[in-house]
Write a protein that binds this ligand. Structure first.
Ligand SMILES: [Zn+2]
Length: 174
């Protein structure tokens, strides 16, 4: 970065894969230690410092906030921050010596983006208040419901049986 520092207008782009040095996030979803971070970063030298922008892709793991099943979610976050030169106006991030601390920036961007109430699916029905069991399967366990005989009959048709299919009497739902 030394080559662009104090050279307004200069720009550098980097793509890098990093790994989280520790678990990021305290909520139901977090980024585990050692998870891959795919970073596309642009460093732009401006008068006040270094403007850092880019995107990071990673994967969050945790549990559904309703039914507590394990889930993983892709995370893609955009970030942009000005790293100010020391002595200039106060900012959240400073250019220190000759580098910018990308780690804090990326961590903050990711942690802020993690949902407080992640769900395994948008309509997760959660837990049965009586039994504490997951209600993810539709009410009335479908596995034990015998197959609808009308569908069973249809499954036996082959394309050659087209006439038979058309001839089949319509059955009303009883
Ligand atoms: Zn769920």
């Amino acid at each position: 970065m030394r080559d662009i520092e104090r050279h307004p207008g200069e720009m550098r782009e980097h793509s890098l894969d990093l790994a989280t040095p520790e678990k990021w996030g305290e909520g139901l979803l977090s980024i585990p230690e050692g998870e891959t971070l795919e970073l596309d970063v642009r460093l732009e030298s401006v008068h006040e410092g270094i403007l850092v922008s880019g995107t990071v892709d990673t994967t969050a793991t945790g549990v559904c906030g309703r039914c507590l099943i394990d889930i993983t979610e892709p995370v893609e976050v955009e970030f942009q921050e000005l790293f100010a030169y020391p002595g200039d106006e106060a900012s959240d991030y400073d250019v220190q010596d000759d580098h910018v601390d990308l780690e804090n920036l990326v961590r903050d961007a990711i942690v802020l983006s993690l949902p407080f109430q992640p769900v395994c699916q948008p309509d997760c029905p959660g837990l049965d208040p009586n039994t504490g069991e997951r209600l993810t399967e539709s009410p009335g366990n479908t596995e034990q419901t015998p197959a609808d005989p009308r569908w069973a009959a249809l499954q036996q048709y082959t394309p050659d049986d087209g006439d038979a299919l058309r001839a089949a009497p319509k059955t009303e739902k009883s």
